[in-house]
Design a binder for this molecule. Structure first.
Ligand SMILES: [Zn+2]
Length: 324
């Protein structure tokens, strides 16, 4: 079995200067892909699938309202989601072409990844996606479309996932996935593990910790040792909490990095790489179809960490294959 990676050159943003007002590296996806694909040989070490179209409005409507989708034709509404208010003066055609369309390609990437993970019972990484702050009727925190939830609904519609098949989310982005939570809270087949900085947007989860044992708030500036202690303490309990899950999503935001301007945590570069490898080893060991998404990460190191994550997937898969 070789792992599958989803990436398109269409993922990069072209924001005509808007990115000067946000720490997001608009070329992070292509940089990550270049770093990764220079190290390995396509076909021998991995399979590359390129989304050749954007997610359709019809598919988006399974989760999002028509009113919300219509609202994204106006610059001021797009500006609100990315929290770069000066971009409301940019013509909407440019924002759609340079920002929304790349995000729609990445969203389609998560759908393709999910379908492949289920059909081929493997691990599939999308080099984008992980938009965990998107709600049915609005977007927040740079997230427009709830790609993981859209993918779940799409797989159910295609009959690849039953309504009661267990789906698990491991969200280790520094920010709490409030959109994913809201969209899935009444769905008993979906369970959520979220370790997040309680002082960063969107703040603490107000549910009773007894009812939500896997919503794990972290103190700001938390460093490697404490971070790993909590992760190791809780992750196996979470994975053991569901019998035979059908699918797992890993939201691998690397904004827990100490230099990240938005994450507010203090995990070292080696610590983030180690975290991703730790998760990949666990999921491959458990042999559960897995979809990895890159989510947040706002430093010049983000692309390198994404490439390291993809390399870990190749390395861990090769090791497992060799052991057989
Ligand atoms: Zn984040």
């Amino acid at each position: 079995m070789i792992p599958h990676f989803i990436y398109s050159n269409n993922y990069d943003f072209s924001l005509l200067g808007v990115d000067k007002f946000h720490p997001f590296d608009s070329k992070k996806f292509s940089k990550a892909w270049r770093l990764f694909s220079e190290k390995f040989t396509p076909k021998a070490d991995f399979k590359w699938i390129e989304p050749d179209n954007m997610v359709s409005d019809k598919t988006l409507l399974n989760v999002h309202s028509q009113k919300y989708l219509n609202s994204l034709s106006k610059s001021k509404n797009i500006a609100q989601v990315i929290e770069v208010y000066s971009s409301r003066f940019v013509p909407s055609t440019l924002l759609i072409k340079g920002l929304l369309n790349p995000i729609k390609y990445a969203c389609q990437g998560t759908i393709i990844a999910t379908e492949l993970a289920l059909k081929e019972h493997t691990i599939v990484m999308n080099f984008g996606g992980g938009y965990h702050h998107a709600f049915s009727d609005h977007g927040e925190g740079f997230c427009f479309f709830a790609d993981a939830v859209i993918s779940i609904v799409e797989m159910r519609n295609k009959g690849l996932l039953g309504e009661n098949d267990k789906v698990m989310m491991i969200d280790l982005d520094a920010h709490r996935g409030n959109g994913f939570e809201e969209l899935t809270k009444h769905d008993s087949a979906i369970s959520n593990f979220d370790m997040y900085n309680l002082h960063a947007y969107p703040g603490i989860h107000f549910g009773d910790p007894d009812d939500f044992p896997f919503m794990i708030p972290l103190q700001p500036k938390m460093r490697d040792e404490r971070y790993f202690k909590l992760l190791e303490e809780h992750l196996d309990k979470f994975l053991d909490s569901q019998v035979e899950p059908k699918l797992i999503f890993y939201n691998a935001g690397n904004d827990i990095l100490e230099t990240d301007p938005l994450g507010g945590l203090s995990v070292s570069y080696d610590g983030v790489v180690r975290r991703d490898k730790f998760i990949i080893e666990k999921l491959i060991e458990r042999n559960i179809p897995t979809v990895v998404m890159t989510s947040g990460g706002y430093t010049e190191k983000s692309c390198e960490i994404i490439a390291e994550l993809a390399s870990s997937i190749v390395g861990v898969t090769k090791n497992k294959y060799r052991q057989r």
